[in-house]
Design a protein around this ligand. Structure first.
Ligand code: NAP
Length: 472
């Protein structure tokens, strides 16, 4: 077999593995296999590219190897971040992807322009180049800003930044970039073409920032997923420029999966794309948390344990706070202790609990809680009135009844877990601070609700101690 056929074979195997990777990752049982096949696909892609360079007798394989080492050196520490920081880590990956596509596009344009190679700069390639640079660079700055907002970096505003005519200005800038792009497609070798190309580049960088500025921290996971699809599309365009089929397929998979994920999140929050991108959600801060008129009732862990021990059905509603506290193993112990006492225990999983879809499933699977006791929101809500106790562990927005009743609430319309319909509600959180959306939660002020203030891991551990009899 000659080297060229080997390259195509490696790319084909890589493509198949990327497709299987996504397929396997959609189920917790096969998710690990999915991750490994994704890694293998990427390794084949690098190997194929190296073989391609060797096939043409090129010597720049050293650049590829250096990039591989540099990428691994940056990627390894990125892989060590805690699960709660995965959304911003993912945003950084998209920023790198966008930057790579943007730089390759820029490099290719100036290379062909310098050679005055009209045959290389066909209208088709120019369209791909402009799309690659536009999407690549706007993904770069947009993703960096999104990551900064999620990481709550002090000098980056978390709340939406809005000003008059914002959408008009943004649309104007984008149209200008598009107009320059069209001019370039029609006249790629014009004397002014490098300046116009620079204009597209600068406008894309600026547009990325301006697009994300009016979006609040609460919408960042959805926006990151949208940026994921932009990065994928810029990779598709790069695939056309470089005539690389593996890149086209991988980019298309990336682009479509990002889009599907954003749609899932929007549906779970009952929001539209336009509302996420242009709605400036989270801008109006409702009244401060725990205002004087609203009084929290507290209870002791001991009495909460007693009530739970006597219950027939306890529904545990986990949220972001369980992830922060890494309380999943203590939750497993509590689950075992209640089960031992004959209590029926179910977990109510909201599709956007935590900071990414599947966040709670991953944590609870890590603690080896049987999948059968993990119920999706729609499957558990009908049983909530029969629940003796709803135990909220670090969840807030996803159990806020304002989403059902208060038309002025920014989360109005978001489907929620009906914890307020249980007979008694216990809520574990550390303080009176609001949740992600920055609004008060009327569930905490109901007659039947009792707060167990403290870190989730500590409080759940205490509950376990009382249930096992050690707390006496
Ligand atoms: P949440 O509304 O962010 O509330 C989490 C609660 O956990 C907070 O009230 C916090 O209160 C508490 N907490 C934090 N650390 C804790 C600790 N160590 N121990 C105990 N409690 C702790 O979380 P959620 O109910 O899971 O809702 C998710 C939010 O993210 C929603 O607004 C959703 O729209 C948004 N979102 C999620 C996704 C996704 O894919 N999952 C995507 C887009 C948006 P204290 O500070 O008082 O402890």
């Amino acid at each position: 077999m000659n080297l060229e056929s080997l390259v195509q074979l490696l790319y084909l195997a890589g493509t198949a593995l990327f497709i299987m990777s996504l397929r396997w990752m959609s189920d917790p049982e096969t998710a690990r296999k999915g991750v490994f096949s994704g890694v293998a696909a990427m390794a084949l892609a690098v190997a194929g590219t190296l073989a391609g360079v060797l096939a043409t007798g090129g010597t720049h394989y050293l650049w590829i190897l250096s990039a591989f080492i540099l990428g691994a050196a940056v990627g390894y520490p990125l892989a060590q971040v805690p699960l709660t920081a995965v959304p911003q880590r993912t945003a950084l990956s998209h920023a790198f992807g966008g930057m790579a596509a943007g730089l390759v596009g820029t490099g290719k344009f100036f290379l062909y322009y310098g050679q005055r190679d009209a045959a290389a700069l066909t209208p088709f390639i120019m369209v791909a180049l402009v799309a690659e640079v536009l999407l690549g660079f706007l993904t770069l700055t947009g993703s960096l800003l999104a990551a900064g907002k999620l990481q709550e970096i002090a000098w980056i505003p978390q709340r939406p930044v809005t000003y008059p005519f914002q959408n008009v200005i943004n649309l104007g800038l984008f149209s200008l970039a598009l107009a320059l792009g069209v001019a370039l497609v029609l006249n790629p070798l014009a004397p002014w073409a490098p300046v116009a190309f620079g204009g597209v580049l600068v406008l894309s960088l600026a547009f990325g920032v301006l697009l994300i500025l009016p979006i609040g921290g609460a919408d960042m996971p959805t926006v990151i997923s949208i940026l994921n699809s932009y990065a994928g599309l810029s990779a598709v365009a790069m695939g056309f420029v470089l005539d690389n089929k593996l890149l086209i397929t991988a980019g298309a998979l990336d682009g479509s999966s990002g889009l599907i994920l954003s749609i899932i999140m929007c549906k779970a929050m009952n929001r539209s794309f336009t509302n996420v991108l242009f709605g400036a959600f989270g801008q109006t801060q409702a009244q401060g948390a725990g205002t004087a008129a609203q009084v929290y009732k507290e209870d002791t862990v001991e009495s909460a344990a007693q009530i739970m021990a006597q219950a027939d059905l306890v529904v545990i509603v986990p949220g972001y706070g369980m992830a922060v506290a890494q309380a999943q193993h203590k939750v497993r112990e509590l689950y075992d202790l209640l089960k031992k006492r004959g209590v029926n225990v179910k977990f109510a999983i909201h599709p956007v609990a935590g900071r990414m879809p599947g966040h709670m499933n991953v944590l609870l699977a890590e603690a080896e809680i049987p999948y059968d006791d993990l119920l999706e929101m729609d499957d558990i809500n009908g049983d909530m009135p029969q629940a003796d106790v709803a135990l909220i562990i670090g969840a807030n927005d996803v159990v806020n009844p304002a989403a059902r009743t208060d038309k002025t609430s920014p989360i109005y319309g978001m489907p929620i877990i009906d914890a307020d319909r249980a007979r008694t509600v216990y809520a574990i959180k550390r303080s009176k601070n609001p949740g992600f959306a920055g609004i008060d939660n009327s569930l905490y002020f109901l007659d039947k609700t009792f707060m167990l203030f403290g870190d989730a891991k500590a409080v759940v551990g205490e509950l376990g101690r009382h249930l096992s009899g050690e707390g006496h």
